[in-house]
Ligand binder design. Structure first.
Ligand SMILES: [Fe+2]
Ligand SMILES: [Fe+2]
Length: 468
């Protein structure tokens, strides 16, 4: 972002600029969806981790680094979703959710976990085949899934200009005190303290949400010295006497409490370009979910922005379209990769799940106050002028010019993008398909505009065909 979240940014609070905590706190719900965690997991983990940081007496600068480590800890979550679903043959959300409560450093427990989570919900033979597939895979495959996630999360934090302490905390999230963590095998004090806090905080939140806070504190104690730094676990001693704090944590206003937890002399505000950088980072999270639509969100946004300029929209409208393009498929983070990556026709239930993604997009984007004006536009990209779209079946009088531009951009990108299993359609053929729909499902002015832009070389080429 043009103004990195550093001390200089913190020193110039400005009411016109956007609170980074509010933006990331709201968008962190998309990361919760990807991880199969309950709504608000990242926000609550942040509140838990910040209490630990306060008890430790960390200075304001370090607490600021911790705060953003906690909010961004799952930034890499989508990068192993495809591989997780393929490895287990199961819904990636379900596997990830189950793994979060498993003591996966115990080899016996992990073998049982693999058996329980292979091809979940499918027939006996499918499960046997999946177990054999997993047994043939390199024994480090599971660790590699975690490593990919941590590295990707760190990369996203770097792209947003966070300080190295935050980047390293996200990279080392899954290290464990005894050195048995999956990612890099760091141990003890060589694990950055912010990563140690984040690891403990996320486990406390996961168990508290699932089995109650008493059980969460019990798990922390059981795993101290193995998973967790004993000194950090010792800071939890008086938490059992504080049921009100736990009740508030699971109250309705966790997101509202988030801003109050940011160290007050280090509050980070960003400008409009910074907001674009955050939207671009979340587009990258969406695009990493499946290799079948890699770069889709970023290219849809680029196409929509060019179309907006060509059709004479003003600066603010063009920026809105760009952001809506970046975030339009964020709801797909809540759809299993077993469905998104399926090689074959979808069942009616699977189609229902795919067609639900705009609703999730509306829910996530609609939470962000700075995106209040684009939430609906980002969500209606599958609606069509003749009412044949989904999920709401809107008609022409309910779809504005921005909505129509985004719909056309989405289709053109999907037709022309290269996939691991096929080359993208050439532009002329893709335009032919759009022309067949114009005046019926699509706006003829927008279809004509994209034709003119393509003719003038004004639409970015798709990325090269990815490896299958
Ligand atoms: Fe979509
Ligand atoms: Fe899309």
């Amino acid at each position: 972002m043009t103004t990195p979240p550093d001390a200089a940014a913190a020193a110039t609070p400005d009411g016109d600029r956007v609170l980074l905590s509010e933006l990331l706190g709201a968008l962190s719900h998309a990361l919760d969806l990807t991880e199969g965690q309950p709504w608000g997991h990242s926000v609550r983990t942040c509140l838990v981790g910040m209490r630990i940081g306060r008890t430790l007496g960390l200075d304001a600068a370090t607490r600021s680094d911790l705060y953003y480590s906690l909010l961004m800890k799952d930034a890499g979550c989508s990068s192993n979703a495809h591989a997780t679903a393929a490895f287990f043959g199961s819904d990636d959300h379900e596997v990830k959710r189950n793994l979060k409560v498993e003591d996966w450093t115990d080899p016996v427990r992990m073998r049982l976990f693999a058996l329980k989570n292979a091809a979940r919900g499918r027939g006996f033979m499918a499960r046997v085949r999946q177990v054999l597939h997993m047994a043939r895979a390199d024994e480090r495959a599971g660790n590699e899934l975690i490593r990919i996630r941590c590295e990707r999360g760190a990369e996203i934090c770097r792209s947003l200009g966070f300080p190295s302490a935050t980047i390293e905390a996200v990279r080392c999230l899954d290290e464990q005190w005894d050195g048995n963590g999956a990612a890099r095998g760091l141990a003890g004090p060589s694990i950055p303290v912010l990563a140690r806090i984040a690891s403990l905080a996320q486990t406390l939140e996961v168990f508290a949400a699932r089995e109650g806070w008493q059980r969460a504190l019990g798990v922390a104690r059981e795993r101290q010295g193995r998973w967790f730094d004993p000194e950090l676990v010792a800071t939890l001693d008086d938490w059992a006497d504080d049921p009100e704090w736990w009740a508030a944590l699971y109250g309705k206003n966790a997101l509202e409490r988030l801003s109050a937890e940011e160290p007050e002399d280090r509050v980070v505000r960003i400008d409009e370009d910074g907001v674009d950088r955050v939207a671009e980072a979340f587009a990258a999270v969406v695009d990493a979910k499946t290799p079948f639509t890699a770069a889709h969100s970023t290219r849809v946004a680029a196409i929509a922005r060019r179309l907006a300029g060509h059709l004479g929209l003003n600066f603010d409208e063009t920026r809105d379209l760009y952001r809506a393009g970046l975030l339009h498929d964020i709801g797909k983070l809540g759809v299993s990769n077993l469905i998104l990556d399926k090689n074959g026709p979808l069942s009616p239930e699977e189609r229902d799940q795919v067609e639900r993604h705009p609703v999730l997009t509306l829910t996530v984007v609609g939470q962000v106050s700075v995106f209040a004006g684009i939430a609906r536009m980002s969500a209606v990209h599958h609606e069509r002028l003749d009412g044949t779209g989904y999920p709401w079946g809107y008609e022409a009088d309910q779809l504005g010019l921005g909505d129509r531009i985004l719909g056309v951009s989405d289709i053109y990108e999907a037709l022309t993008a290269h996939r691991p299993y096929r080359d993208g359609m050439d532009p002329e053929r893709a335009l032919g398909i759009l022309h067949d729909l114009d005046g019926v499902a699509l706006d003829p002015d927008v279809v004509r505009a994209i034709g003119e832009l393509v003719g003038a070389g004004g639409i970015p080429d798709p990325d090269p065909r990815p490896a299958g």
